[in-house]
Design a protein around this ligand. Structure first.
Ligand SMILES: [Mg+2]
Length: 375
């Protein structure tokens, strides 16, 4: 790769232009094309604030969003504590709108008859429990066995906000597709795909010469590295903060930070981003995430993978996406809008979603495989 510079930032350019011949995908899906790889059309238009003007994070709603994602606050509403019974009633009411995927398993299986299921799985909070230390978000052996078993029959992809390398290490299955950094870093199985797939995403780097790779945001790598170092430095005195380098995005975890300091965390992140108008801030479960201003998300990653597999817009394909977070909503919405397939939201509390079904806990995902193994 050559390192070039323009008036805004160094740009990593790939000597092999990305085109549909190389990717085997439809033009309309290409996030970038030769000569227009980082044209304006790829970027989101954001109402960005003027440099040097500090926002109060409370006025932008960040503090509210941080509090609402806290498990410590889930049984409270407007300062009122609800009993566990009230919470259960609220959850049961919510399940009328988002039925349990376990209870609806037969219905889903009936709809899938004669179709290829394409399975997309988020990692944190979906395959693994949410834990205090994000480096310790390990998936259980039964869960790994369940995913391995499913991947024998259906194309299966993990789509995570983590770096692709990290989530691949956690899952440890070579036969899957992995999309890290919210879908900005996609790789196919290292082993040749089985006959249920026709993957055409080709490798472009030394690192992944034994796999397949697609990276629509490679231009942003130097900028992301720079902002990672800046965020580590600015938050170093806040106890409990963990800044994680996820390659094409940076996560600032505040799960272990005293709630009194959350506002400071959000303000520091916003202050840092003042100098990076080509990066934006999003919010996940107890985490602030910095990512490129690209029209690319988990929904786009699902669309890209379906197209790459030759499974998009096919009547005999049923895509299913399982996730727990706001960032998964883009994928749920993509499946719902096109009446393409089902989203399954993993959540122990009621919340609005574009998913069709729900699961209360990550462990419920592995139940059917346990049953199969016992039979
Ligand atoms: Mg998640």
């Amino acid at each position: 790769m050559d390192l070039k510079a323009n008036h805004t930032a160094p740009i990593l350019t790939d000597p092999t232009p990305i085109n549909k011949q190389r990717l085997g995908i439809h033009d309309s899906l290409l996030p970038c094309s030769p000569g227009t790889i980082f044209s304006q059309g790829l970027f989101l238009t954001l109402p960005w604030k003027k440099p040097g003007v500090l926002d109060d994070v409370r006025s932008t709603g960040w503090l509210d969003a941080m509090k609402s994602s806290s498990p410590r606050n889930r049984a409270k509403n407007n300062g009122i504590d609800f009993s566990s019974n009230d919470v259960d009633v609220a959850y049961r009411d919510w399940m009328l709108k988002y039925p349990s995927a376990l209870a609806a398993f037969e219905q889903i299986a009936n709809n899938a008859k004669g179709k290829i299921i394409a399975l997309f799985l988020d990692y944190d909070g979906t395959l693994s429990p949410i834990v205090s230390n994000p480096d310790h978000a390990f998936m259980s052996h039964p869960m790994r066995a369940a995913v391995r078993n499913v991947a024998k029959y259906f194309p299966t992809a993990i789509i995570s906000g983590r770096s692709r390398e990290k989530v691949r290490k956690f899952v440890g299955l070579k036969e899957l597709y992995y999309a890290g950094s919210h879908g900005m870093d996609i790789m196919g199985p290292v082993r040749p795909p089985t006959d249920h797939t026709t993957a055409t995403v080709r490798s472009t780097s030394e690192e992944d010469k034994d796999g397949n790779l697609f990276q629509p945001a490679s231009e942003f790598l130097p900028m992301i590295n720079e902002v990672f170092v800046a965020l580590v430095d600015i938050t170093k005195d806040i106890k409990g903060v963990k800044v994680e380098d996820n390659k094409f995005c940076v996560s600032v975890h505040y799960r272990n930070v005293d709630e009194k300091s959350w506002q400071t965390v959000a303000q520091y992140v916003q202050d840092t981003l003042e100098q990076y108008p080509r990066l934006r801030l999003t919010h996940g479960r107890m985490v602030l995430e910095v990512r490129p201003v690209l029209k690319w998300d988990k929904g786009k990653a699902v669309e890209f993978l379906l197209e790459s597999l030759g499974l998009n817009n096919c009547d005999d394909v049923l895509p299913i996406y399982v996730g727990d977070d706001r960032t998964d909503e883009d994928a749920f919405k993509f499946l719902r809008d096109g009446d393409r397939g089902y989203g399954i939201l993993v959540s122990s509390e009621p919340k609005e979603s574009s998913a069709y079904y729900s699961l209360r806990d990550p462990s419920e995902l592995a139940i059917h495989d346990d049953n199969n193994q016992q039979q």
